[in-house]
Structures are given as structure tokens and as C-alpha cells.
Design a protein around this ligand. Sequence first.
Ligand SMILES: [Zn+2]
Length: 421
Amino acid sequence: MRGTPRGRMDPWLSPVDRRLLLVFSFILAAALGQMNFTGRPSRNSFPWLPLPLPCFSRDQVLRILAKDEKELSLLRDLEGLKPQKVDFWRVPARPSLPVDMRVPFSELKDVKAYLESHGLAYSIMIKDIQVLLDEEREAMAKSRRLERSTSSFSFSSYHTLDEFSTGGSQRPAIWIDTGIHSREWITHATGLWTAKEIVSEYGKDHILTDILKAMDIFIELVTNPDGFAFTHSMNRLWRKNKSTRPGVFCVGVDLNRNWKSGFGGNGSNDNPCSETYRGPSPQSEPEVAAIVDFISTHGNFKALISIHSYSQMLMYPYGRSLEPVLNQIELYSLAKDAVKALYEVHGIKYIFGSISTTLYVASGITVDWAYDNGIKYAFSFELRDTGRYGFLLPATQIIPTAQETWMAIRTIMEHVLNHPY
Ligand SMILES: [Zn+2]
């Protein structure tokens, strides 16, 4: 095992300092209380409040199935009208894809009135986000107690972080990153289980063993560390990193819009308050710059897999335009095989294709950068589910999700092994 590329990640903090920072975050959270999504005071903030807490209406996730481009643009307007108030979990993309948005309690009435006045039919996907958040925290606390009493690490719970080599240097390599968007907790957990699977199946799984004999696998589990700590300490639904700039009120850059390829194009935002804020310049963020540095210096990466959630999709470049990549036929057929292998594990269906045609046009993204820099096998996953729980996927789904995702990843790796370039 070697360390993750932390060269330029955070020049000020040693690993020990980082741990201290994390501990400090938790202490701060205990003192200030986690942001809740009920429109009522958090029990952590006001422990003296009598139980049960007064009942307020609560934050909801609404789903809209837009019929056409006109309806989609009415939904996009909603983001413009109420910056930071409507949190799109699935952005308005194309009529065939649902739009999911979290609406804070304080905005529910207005937002529903807006939808109704424009004839946009909606359904309530999550009636009360706080119920899911409370369940998630309870499951984590229970798992922590169990792990302490049995001294064993549980892969089937969310935790508050590598790579593997059988020897040699600068061998052909495969990059996997999880958690570039901090609220996508299923991705970190899947990455961790995958790391365990790779280590424990080496020498047993013939295909994996052949892959590891020829190639190195690098996994960055917490690609957005400050954002991840923040999802544990203050706001479970934080997506961006935590960078601040003098004179800029809003915090954070969308690390999947900060890459050089197509930087500043469609599907990224120059408003620092937007959830898809691209940052002031390409690779301005240390989390992105560190990976660019590491992959470029290494110089022999053959595949890159960037893992997100949710929507159940497997995609390849480009995101920035509808233009097909040179090996699009090969990538399409490989994605098809990977999705089939995934389906065979637990019967979960994924859609697949290029990012711009399957999801939406998005510029400055990881996989476009990888492809433009000579990594012709570049894939992006959107893991479970399709919206029942969204980012709050219960921990009971971690292992099945990881198991099925692994079969898709293994399919891609096997193809890379058999198609050297
Ligand atoms: Zn994401």
C-alpha cells in the first residue's frame, strides 16, 4: 500500500493535523449541532427542549417529470429565482429524466405554488428528509458501538480512508476515485468495500489476479475531504469542497466542474453560490490539482473511473459536448457489457452512454480531462438508487451496491488488460 497523492492536496496540514481537524470538526458539531432539514430547531442545539419536539412541516424532495424543453426551462428558472433555496438532486436535464429537488420547509409553499401555477405536476419522493437523516445517524451510532465491542470494521455502514501494487514501478495503472461530491456517501463506502475486495480476492479471482499482475490500481476514497468532514459535522447534503475566497460570500467549488477540459463551458456555473460553481480558473482547487499532478507525473494511466451517485448510470466522455469520442463504439459496447455484469448480481438496471447524451452537458469534468489526456478508458458511474432515497441511501444497501458495482468495474478492468495501448 502506498499513500494517496497528497503532494499538493493540502500544503498546510500533515496527516496528524488532518486527523485533529476531523476530531475538531466533530467537537464543533457537538457544540453547534448539525444542520437539520425540518424547519425546526435541532435537538442537538437545544437539548433542554421537551420531547417530543414541536411538529413543523418538513423539508421534502419533490420529483417533476417535465414533458418538454419548455417545462425544463421553467424548472431551471426556479434555480435562478431562488438561489441556494432549491437544491437540485437531479437537475433539469432532458424530458426522459426525472427532476428531483430538495425544497426547504420555508420554501415549500412558494415552490409548490410555482409548480402548480405553471401546470408542472410533481410527486413527493421524500416526505420528510429529517426522518431519513435520523435513521442514518442512528444506524451509524449502532454500528460504531458494535464495531467497538467486536473490534471489527463493518463494511456495511457509513464511516467517517489507497492503492495496491504487486511490485514494479510506473506500470500501466487504473485510477478510481470516490466521493468527489461529498454528500454521495454510497460512493465512499463502495470504494472502501472495493479496496477490501481487491486485496482479499487477489490470488483467488483469476481475472483480478491477472489484472494485478500487470497493472496497479489506485483508489482515492475521500476525494473531497473537507466537504466529507462537513457532511458529517454540519450539513449532510453538502456537495462542493469548502474553499473560500476573499470577497466571495458563498463557500465551495464543484470539483467536478473545475477540470481543464472544456472549463467554463455549458453545464457549469460562474456564480459562486451555485452548486455547480466551476471555480475561478481550471484546477484552482487543490483536490483537483493533486490528481492532475499525480496522474500526469505517473504518465501511464490506462483507465480512470470516477464514481458518483445517484441515478444508476454508467457513462463515458464527452460531457462537454455531444461530439462522439473516437472510440465511442468500443466504449459503448464495454459499458453495455459492464452494465450487464452489474445487473446479473442483484437485478439492478443501469442506463449507459456518453455523459452529454445520457445525463446532460457538463463542462470541466474529470472524465473529459482524463480522455483529453490520453486515457481512452474513462468512465463515470452514478450508483444507486433512482431517487427513492437519493443521496440518503440506507446503509443496508452498501454491500449489494458495492458487489454489483465491482462486477462492472472488473469488466472494465479486464477489457483494459486485454486491450493494451
Ligand atoms: Zn456527483
